[in-house]
Each structure stands twice: as C-alpha cells, then as structure tokens.
Ligand binder design. Structure first.
Ligand code: ZN
Length: 297
C-alpha cells in the first residue's frame, strides 16, 4: 500500500509518499499561496505518484463533521482567500482516492501518538506553540472532535502580575495565544523567539507562566497519559524545564504523584519536524481502512 500525506501550514505545504518513519519514499515542499494554485500543485504532485489513500493535516478551522454538507472545508480562517475552501472535495475529485482531513495539530498528534513520544501512551495530548497556539488530543486512537475541534490556544488565562502587554489575539486580546504565541512575544518585546535579545530570561518566565496554565488545564480536563509540547517557541533554551516547574506549582499537592514526574510527562516531540507529515500517513491509513470496510459490507 502507498499512502500520501499532506501537512499544510500557513506558509508551506509538505507532501510525502510512504508508510511511516524511515519509509518516506519521496517528499516535496510547496509554498502556501492562493487556494487554487496551492491545491493544484498538491494534486499535480500526487497525480505523478499514485497513492491508495490520502491524509491531509491542514491549518484551520475546518469543518470535520461527517454529516455536514461542508465537511472537509476550511471555514473561517483569517488567512486571505482560504475561507470556504473545499479541500477534501477537490482532492477526491482530482485524485480519485479516499481522503481524510484533520487539523495540522491533530495530524502532529497522530504522528506522535503512533510513532513518537506518545508511543506507549493510551491517551495523548499535543500542544504546539508557534505563530499560533494549538492543542489536540488522541483518545482511543482517534482525535477528539465535537461541534468543532479543540481550540486550546484560546484558553483564558490568569495574567502575570508584571505583564502589561494587551495581547495579540484578534478575537480575545489576552487569551493564551494572545499572550504567549510567537507574534505575542515579538509584539511585547520587539524580539523574536530566534533572537530573544538581552532579556531571554523574562520571555522564558512569561512563557512558562502562561503555557503551564494550559498544561494544568489539560491535566484536569482530559487526564491524558502524556502531553507532547512542540513548536518553534519551545526552542527557547530552558523553556520546557521552566514550563514543567510552573506546572508543578500549579498542580501542586492536588496531584503529587504526577508533579514528581513531569519530566517524563510533559515531553518534546520525538519525530522532530516530521510529526505532521507522518501523522498525515495515519490519516491516510484511516481513509483506506474506512473505504475497505464500506466496500466489504
Ligand atoms: Zn484568542
């Protein structure tokens, strides 16, 4: 079986053919431009490399409700031109193979769950901190969806007493994403995560203070077996350790057994930058297995 995987972010799309880690036969990168041009280039690449099923992990928000007549569409994204794009319909029509779509965050969660840091975890949460903040969860082998998909980045948080930055979220101002995403760091300090300037310690302190609130919320709401935390902002030296320390303070005596082993519980991705595209293979496998079940009924 040959699987196709697509990981589509705001600036680039990674397409790959293969079956899993160490078994990526071919891959390419396509810039994310207009929907028509980008989807055309994706379809063209796969047309030359036939696959049995396709998994697509896309930036959202997405309509993932199978009973919706807009299933497989990008919905209300602020990314110019992309709102209302029918991703699944286009790829199915052009390539004639089963397609399963999920968010880029859930894609990475699937990759880590299947082959990475979540390998032995029954229930896994995945958080990414970069241009936005996203979080997803895999429960009983499937990503959690409901009326939408989780939007953990918009969690309301308690403000750090010394932080006067108004926040950068266009919807809420000072939600988690508005205070702790890479654009928030840049706007607050005039710096970037790659160039934290002379006061990286302050950035680490604020980031840890805010991100630990999401980790604690995930622990209390979902009680997963493991939480993987990735994304460009986590490359800040010392940040992951600081997030664990802050989390320990927040969950404190409520969960002492967990507090004492956070270094094995809040972990970085094991698949590095490949979590998403490998997770798209997991989605492709689900698309293939679903069609096989339907056909044999
Ligand atoms: Zn928000």
């Amino acid at each position: 079986m040959r699987l196709g995987g697509i990981e589509a972010g705001g600036t680039k799309v990674v397409c790959a053919v293969g079956t899993g880690p160490g078994a990526i036969a071919e891959r390419t990168m396509i810039p994310t431009t207009t929907p028509a041009e980008t989807l055309e280039r994706i379809a063209g690449w796969f047309a030359d490399r036939p696959v049995d099923a396709l998994g697509a992990a896309f930036f959202g928000p997405l309509d993932l409700d199978p009973s919706s007549d807009r299933y497989g569409y990008i919905t209300s994204t602020p990314k110019p031109g992309w709102a209302g794009t029918d991703v699944v319909g286009f790829l199915r029509a052009r390539l004639g193979v089963p397609v399963v779509l999920d968010t880029d965050v859930n894609g990475a969660a699937y990759g880590e769950y299947r082959w990475g840091a979540g390998c032995s975890a029954g229930t896994l949460a995945y958080v990414t901190v970069g241009d936005g903040i996203g979080g997803g969860a895999i429960v009983d082998g499937a990503a959690v969806h409901g009326i939408l998909h989780p939007e953990m980045g918009h969690l309301p948080v308690r403000r750090h007493p010394a932080d006067v930055f108004a926040g950068s979220c266009p919807f809420h101002g000072d939600c988690l994403e508005g205070l702790a995403s890479a654009p928030a760091i840049a706007r607050r300090s005039g710096r970037t995560p790659a160039d934290p300037g002379p006061e990286p310690a302050r950035t680490v302190e604020l980031e840890a203070y805010y991100l630990a609130q999401l980790i604690a919320a995930i622990v209390y709401l979902l009680s997963p077996h493991r939480i993987v935390v990735g994304g460009g902002v986590l490359h800040l030296p010392g940040l992951l350790a600081a997030v664990r320390r802050e989390t320990a303070g927040l969950i404190g005596d409520a969960l002492p057994a967990l507090r004492d082993r956070l270094d094995q519980y809040v972990v970085p991705p094991a698949l590095g930058p490949d979590s998403g595209v490998l997770g798209a293979f997991v989605l492709a496998r689900r698309a293939h297995d679903y069609r096989s079940a339907v056909v044999s009924d």
